[in-house]
Design a binder for this molecule. Structure first.
Ligand SMILES: Nc1ncnc2c1ncn2[C@@H]1O[C@H](COP(=O)(O)OP(=O)(O)OP(=O)(O)O)[C@@H](O)[C@H]1O
Length: 667
């Protein structure tokens, strides 16, 4: 049984339906320790035969047997393994990978062995020393002479310790001195017990071997042994091979990106700009939400739920926006209720107090369209209410909260109208408050009382706040024999988190099977505001995201260009034994690396620009308007990776589908 046997190999190329036969029944046997020269005219089919032996060509008839077992050229994985474990290639045009250093060119083959990292590096260095290139290992192929390149190729062919070395015109591009060196190396390789098959059309080269096979018209015309084959040490252990680990294509991709960094930098910057815009808009959305929430919380206590008696009005039935406005106003403690509204009994106040998580229950009485007369001038307070826990003290911009026979008045609609410059001076002035209401028997009654201005309020969320203490309101109404029962109630909850639960609970309370209360909380208003801010932010981010489409297209174009420019590399890697999956991983990794670097750059820019904008905006709003959260960063990375992955699919697929022989023939 021969080590390698070719049985009746036929091969024809087709142009359309027309066949051009190249090999017409080749029968040959080879043994290890031989240095076989296949000699023939140019175009005689030598390279075609080598591609069949090397497991690159699958379109032929006949059999290739390795140690008596026929190879199945249609089993892609089996052929990948065969090339990886058994074959080492040396080409006339060297076929080194330009973006890898001399050492890396050799290591790329060693990555498919089970040697550990340091052993792989040691072997690569030893092989490079053997071919006389110890000083050149850090250079790149374009920094070497032709002879040096071919020696790197020889070291690479030997790296994975293959039993068969196929050399296709290895000296075709070399001068006589380098030719002699290369032939000597090939002879040494055969002497080590390997099978060297060298294609040539030079008699001199052929004579350097142990056997000459002549090929003409697609057939063997002679087969002469000129020297005895070298003995083979059967006990010699071959270095075990393995599939390429997943991280190697990634590191090769990184090396390629580094080698072609200028072009890639442009793509990365382009992609990063789109990602940055998305991140910044999201950050702005967070900032705006935070700002609005803070502003509202500064003015209204979010732990307060405002409760009025439930009335089934025509507005309720329509569920119109006016009701929502009333509810919001009520939530701010600025109830627009009128005296004709139902009031709360003490039992009902007690019932509310008993609701779980309720801390205090504060009654409110409001009056509509009160007139505030200061000196000879009249001002209108659309609502005069009683001060409760729902009002933040921080809305008082001058003076203090209203005590007995005191009032706090709105800055814009009262104090500033009184004096636009010296509005603070209104504190301490006397004001006559009057409003009309109806008594128990339905008669119109005017309530009028002189009060002192205790403070001036400013609220930007719920309109004007004109308020007296509950005791003052009660006294004013008692003087006219009017009811002093509350028209609404401010319910303070033990924690903000229980706000919703309490609101729901109160709304569920029933008397005789009918709903009793309508509870509204500032939290629901904040929810509405947040929904709108989220919507606006998402729209802005989505518009910015359109630029990411351009980024994706840029990555696709780059990847396609990269595949076209690196066809030869793909062919070389396939010849070394890399699978289609490895090639796909190589280009996908490259795209993913572009995505990750773009996302990193975008994050850096976003934080930088965000900080700069915050500096400016802080002067205006005293708030850091750009708040980029970790979640925004994570989602940016996810977006970048998804884009990169999608952009890589087609180019990587195309690269993996390339026929290795066509790829190797690329310029
Ligand atoms: N992909 C192909 N499609 C069509 N014909 C091809 C193809 N590849 C090679 N041929 C033809 O097959 C024949 C054998 O080519 P091959 O490259 O095997 O010859 P060779 O002996 O190696 O030549 P050289 O010494 O010039 O490299 C040539 O006539 C060539 O034109």
């Amino acid at each position: 049984m021969s080590y390698l046997e070719l049985k009746d190999i036929h091969k024809a190329y087709y142009l359309g339906k027309q066949a051009f036969p190249v090999l017409n029944g080749i029968n040959l046997t080879f043994e290890r320790g031989e240095f076989v020269a296949i000699l023939g005219e140019s175009g005689g089919g030598k390279s075609t035969l080598m591609n069949i032996i090397g497991g690159l060509d699958r379109q032929f008839e006949g059999q290739v047997l390795l140690q008596g077992t026929a190879l199945d050229h249609h089993q892609e994985k089996q052929m990948d393994q065969y090339r990886r474990e058994t074959i080492g290639y040396i080409y006339q045009s060297y076929n080194l990978i330009n973006h890898l250093s001399v050492l890396d060119n050799v290591l790329i083959s060693l990555d498919m062995t089970k040697l550990n990292r340091s052993a792989r590096e040691q072997r690569a260095k030893e092989l490079l020393a053997k071919v006389g290139l110890t000083d050149q290992i850090k250079k790149y192929p374009n920094q070497l002479s032709g002879g040096q390149k071919q020696r790197v190729a020889i070291a690479r062919a030997l790296a994975s310790d293959p039993q068969i070395i196929i050399a296709d015109e290895p000296t075709g591009a070399l001068d006589s001195e380098n030719t002699a060196d290369v032939l000597k190396l090939l002879d040494q390789i055969a002497e080590e017990g390997r099978l060297v098959i060298c294609v040539t059309h030079s008699e001199d080269v052929a004579n350097a071997g142990t056997r000459i096979v002549r090929l003409a018209d697609g057939q063997i015309t002679s087969d002469d042994r000129i020297k005895a084959a070298y003995p083979v040490d059967e006990n010699r252990q071959q270095i075990p091979a393995r599939k390429l680990p997943w991280y190697v294509p990634m590191s090769t991709a990184f090396k390629h990106l580094r080698y072609t960094w200028t072009w890639n930098l442009i793509i990365i910057i382009g992609t990063a700009i789109g990602l940055f815009a998305v991140m910044l808009f999201n950050g702005l959305g967070n900032g705006l939400k935070g700002y609005i929430n803070q502003e509202i919380n500064d003015m209204v206590n979010p732990r307060v739920v405002t409760v009025s008696r439930y009335q089934k009005t025509s507005q309720n039935q329509r569920g119109g926006g006016a009701q929502a406005n009333n509810q919001q106003a009520a939530a701010m403690g600025v109830s627009s209720t009128t005296t004709s509204q139902p009031t709360f009994s003490s039992t009902q106040l007690a019932q509310l107090k008993k609701v779980k998580h309720v801390q205090t229950v504060q009654p409110i009485i409001s009056a509509s369209n009160a007139t505030l007369s200061i000196g000879s001038k009249d001002y209108t307070a659309s609502t005069l209410t009683t001060w409760t826990a729902s009002n933040r003290k921080s809305i008082i911009k001058a003076g203090h909260t209203a005590g007995k026979n005191e009032i706090v008045v709105d800055k814009d609609t009262v104090a500033k109208k009184w004096s636009s410059k010296n509005w603070k001076d209104l504190v301490g002035k006397k004001v006559t408050v009057s409003f009309q209401t109806t008594n128990a028997s339905g008669k119109s009654v005017t309530v009028k009382q002189q009060l002192t201005v205790a403070g001036i309020t400013e609220s930007t969320t719920g309109g004007a706040v004109n308020a007296v203490s509950y005791a003052t309101m009660k006294a004013m109404r008692s003087s006219k024999d009017l009811s002093t029962k509350p028209t609404s109630v401010a319910v303070k909850v033990d924690s903000r988190n229980h706000n919703d639960a309490v609101t729901k609970q109160i709304n569920k309370l029933k008397t005789d099977g009918k709903r009793t209360y309508r509870a509204t909380s500032i939290a629901s208003m904040l929810d509405t505001v947040n929904t709108y801010v989220n919507l606006a932010t998402t729209i802005l981010a989505a518009i910015a995201g359109i630029s990411l489409l351009v980024s994706a297209l840029m990555i696709i174009v780059t990847m396609f260009m990269s595949v076209s420019a690196r066809k030869k590399e793909i062919g070389i890697l396939r010849a070394l034994g890399e699978s289609r999956g490895d090639i796909r991983r190589l280009f996908t990794s490259e795209s993913l690396i572009i995505g990750v670097i773009s996302a990193l750059l975008a994050t850096g820019i976003a934080y930088g620009v965000g900080a700069a904008l915050n500096k400016v905006l802080y002067q205006i709003a005293s708030y850091n308007m750009i708040e980029i959260h970790l979640g925004n960063v994570v989602s940016t990375f996810i977006i970048a990776l998804v884009i990169a992955l999608l952009a890589a699919i087609l180019p990587a697929w195309r690269a993996a589908r390339l026929n290795p022989i066509d790829a190797l023939a690329a310029d």
